[in-house]
Design a protein around this ligand. Sequence first.
Ligand code: HEC
Length: 294
Amino acid sequence: MKNTGPWWIRIPVVFFIIIGMMEYFINSGDMPAFIEYPIIQFFMLLVLLILIAIELIVTSIENVMFQTLSEEAKERYLTAKAKRSEWTWGKNMYKKLTGNKAIEEEGEIVLDHNYDGIRELDNKLPPWWVYMFYATIIFAVVYMLRFHVFNGYTQKMEYEQEMIEAKTALEAYKKTAVDLVDANTVELLTDPADLEVGKNVYTANCIACHMADGGGGIGPNLTDENWLLGGGIKNIYSTISEGGRDGKGMVAWKQSLKPSQIAKVASYIISLQGTTPANPKAAEGDIWIAEETP
Ligand code: HEC
């Protein structure tokens, strides 16, 4: 049999290769596949059991065959097996990398000075260290040419690139998380599609008191520049979300409308500014002056 290492290396290696391939090929979104699809845990258990079973079968076949051997062949088999499990490749590699001389060979490298019995070995630098040192030299040359001679990208460019990427990621996130707005972060929407949604929300919920054209009835006129509870997108958002003053009849719409809907209907109301409703209610409240205007 080929030298494939002891079972306690073989089983985990094969097991994790299979898991790795599964994670790679199964599309499970952000979550690892075995969490997303619990059936995979069962599958993994099955794989593990099969691997163990294979090991057991191979070992018992080996045992049976061993019993059929002659005494002399048994001997040969056992010595070969002992050698095999020493993992000679790893040992040789280790020796090569450290470059150690065996104690018996130290006589070859002892230097000829001797201070009160203290002698010195002329050990070579360990090859693993020397190769790493060469690697740093090559790296330095490549780095210097790339960034100092041929002027590769700078840290500033890297930073700006990452900021651009972050911005697009943020935009994409905002699109999927429209309901994250609140009275502090809401911004005036001008996209006709958004205003259309706002108009639909308004028609469905608000015209009983504010009239279809915003002229006002039970509730105040929404088309003039006077506001009881403050104008501007942030105040209007917060009025719709939290409701008006107690007992006036304007409820807190956050119970039934999503934040994105409130933002859109608030923007729609602002788009009514300056229109002339059929039956405008007299102005109530103060004229709102936007903070931005000096
Ligand atoms: C039951 C009647 C009623 C309904 C329905 C209603 N409102 Fe009101 N709304 C009022 C009243 C009354 C006020 C005045 C509140 C106050 O004085 O505190 C008001 C105030 C407002 C204000 C503030 C006006 C200002 O001058 O500051 C806005 C904005 C507003 N409503 C938007 C809406 C929107 C959007 C809807 C639909 C989602 C809606 N309202 C549904 C009765 C209503």
